[in-house]
Structures are given as C-alpha cells and as structure tokens.
Design a protein around this ligand. Structure first.
Ligand code: P6P
Length: 334
C-alpha cells in the first residue's frame, strides 16, 4: 500500500526536470544547482534535528568523538551550502550572511551568483523553534572568461532567476520559484527524498493575521502604529480583530503568511532606521516568492522590494509583505 502511495507522488527531481523543459535551450545547469541546494538542505536538516542531542551531549562547540571541532550549526550550514554550491562548477560567487566579503568558488567561469542566509534564525535552535535556509540565484553579468566582479552582485531583485527557502520545522519543507509560480516539497527523511506537496501556491487575497515584533511598536512610524490599531479593532463584518502570529524566525513567519495569507512586517524603527532584515538574501528571495504567489512586498517608502538597488551586500531594508488586500490596507495608510 505504501509503495503504491509513493508511486503517486512527484519527486523534486522529476519536478525540476519538468520545469527545465519549460525553458527552451535550458542547459540543465540551473536544475543541477537546485539539486545541489536540495542535497545541502538534507544534510543541514539531519544536523538541525540532532542539535538538541549534541547540546545535551556537550558536543556543541567542543571536540566531538572523532576529535573534530563541532562547528556551530550556522557555520556548519554555511560550509555545507558553500560546498554544495561549488560542486557543479556553475556558481562563480556566493554572498553569505556568514561571510563579510563575497566568497569566490573555484569556478571563476561559473554562470551563477548565489546570495544566501544558510541558517536564518539560528538563535532559535536552543528553544527548538523552526529555522531555515534562504537563497537567491542570479545569472552573472560579466563575461565568463573574466573574473566575476561587483556588477555580478549588484543586481536588482527583479533579476533573480530563482529563489527559495528550506524550513526545518516539524517537517523539512523546500519552497522555491524560478518565476513560473511557487511550489513546496516535503522531505521524507526515511527515503532522503523531497516530494511535491504544493504546486503553484497562491496566497489568499486576504488573511486576518498580522506578524511583527510588537515590542518595537513604540519605535515604529505613525502609519504602522495606526495600521496595527486597525488590526486590533473588531472588524465590522466578522466582529473579530485580527490574530497576531509572530515566531521570530523569518522563514516560519513567511511560510505561514504564504499559505494562510496575512501580513508580515519588519518595519524601520528609531534603533534600526533601515529595519533589521538583509536585502540581498532575506528580503529579495522572500519578496520574489510572495509576488509569485500573488502578494505584494514593499519597504517603508512603498518601494517594491525587488526594485531597491543593492549598495552593500549586507545592507538592511524595512519590509512589509503579504496578501494583496492586507498590503493595500497598509499602503493606503503609509
Ligand atoms: P526580532 C532571526 O534572528 C531574524 O533574522 C529573522 O529570522 C526574524 O524574522 C527576525 O530576525 C526576528 O527579529 O528583532 O523580532 O528578534
């Protein structure tokens, strides 16, 4: 019975090949890149799910039984992603939250540049809250015979050719887009295989849920404060106020917003006038996904996130993203 039910499921591998066939002249290089990311996701998932026990065994940060230093999970995840992205020879440069400068791979002729947060929200590991990997893929601009340069990195979010995240939660879920809609895959850890769980995800047009760190609300703009007062006022139609849901792990908060609708905000505050989240490897990929699912993503100036130019690879941006109607309500107040 189980064998028959698996037979009905589509693997990530099959889906990637199907997607590749959409792109005339596709070389399979992007497909290989997505497969490499999926491999790193499986390795990271395996470690993340052991994190509690390694802490208990005191292996975290000390020397493990093989005499190797046990790296903190975010550094381990960074290493795994860099290794996976370097395997194919298709990636020439990597921007990572964990590295001050862009990382050059051995393949200076690689056709892609990847920006990533290898383990976002890693501080949540100690309290067993879901965390995630976020990635964004660009085609390099410079000639492949030359060394990659800053023009390959300073591209607009609209130029992403793929973006996605992996959520290490009660199940490990990979969500990505190549511009043809958003699909989700769930890992069967027993088989080590990602299976298609949601195809062409479309956000609900509206969701009665808002998500932000309300502890900062006193430092937020009057527009955000008045929007929040509106969310807390019982709705004339349903008679109920919105729900507040905030996990403090961007991948989890965005995944819920993507599937259930609503709005996620990390606004600018007096302490963080440009917000906290990073433009290249948190805001860009998540905005690409949210827009592909029918939502809207802007910053404090109502500028489309995907059109905010990159000045510095670690620059921050305020971010407001979510369902079409929720976002229009907020934007009308900004
Ligand atoms: P705060 C996690 O540290 C993170 O980078 C995102 O995953 C999350 O959305 C945000 O910071 C939470 O920040 O200030 O609410 O703790």
């Amino acid at each position: 019975m189980v064998a028959q039910s698996y037979a009905r499921l589509m693997t990530l591998e099959e889906f990637i090949i199907q997607g590749q066939n959409h792109f005339k002249g596709a070389t399979g290089d992007l497909s290989q890149l997505l497969r490499d990311i999926a491999l790193a996701a499986k390795i990271i998932s395996n470690e993340v799910n052991k994190a509690g026990i390694t802490n208990l065994l005191g292996l975290d940060g000390s020397v493990n039984v093989q005499g190797e230093a046990v790296k903190r999970l975010d550094l381990f995840s960074n290493d795994q992603m860099i290794h996976a992205l370097s395997r194919s020879g298709n990636v020439c440069m990597i921007v990572s939250e964990e590295n001050d400068k862009p990382v050059r791979t051995r393949s200076s002729s690689g056709k892609y540049v990847v920006a990533m947060d290898p383990l976002d929200g890693s501080s949540n590991i100690d309290v067993n809250v879901s965390i995630g990997t976020i990635f964004s893929v660009f085609a390099r601009k410079s000639d492949r015979a030359d060394e990659p340069n800053d023009y390959d990195i300073h591209q607009l979010g609209t130029e992403q050719i793929a973006a996605g995240y992996v959520l290490y939660g009660s199940s490990t879920t990979l969500v990505y887009t190549t511009g043809l809609g958003v699909s989700a895959f769930t890992l069967d850890p027993g088989l080590g295989e990602f299976f298609l769980s949601e195809r062409s995800i479309k956000m609900p047009r509206f969701g009665p849920t808002y998500s932000l760190n309300e502890g900062h609300i006193g430092q937020c703009s009057p527009a955000v404060q008045s929007y929040l007062r509106k969310c807390k006022t019982p709705d004339s139609f349903s008679g109920k106020p919105y729900n507040c849901r905030y996990i403090g792990s961007m991948v989890s908060d965005i995944h819920r917003t993507l599937l259930d609708g609503g709005i996620f905000m990390y606004p600018d505050t007096q302490r963080l006038p440009d917000g906290k989240l990073r433009l290249m490897y948190e805001c860009y990929p998540m905005a690409f996904i949210i827009e592909q699912a029918g939502g809207i993503a802007v910053d404090k100036n109502k500028t489309r996130i995907l059109e905010i130019p990159v000045r510095d690879i670690h620059q921050r941006s305020s971010i407001f993203m979510g369902s079409d109607q929720n976002m229009r309500d907020l934007i009308s107040m900004m």
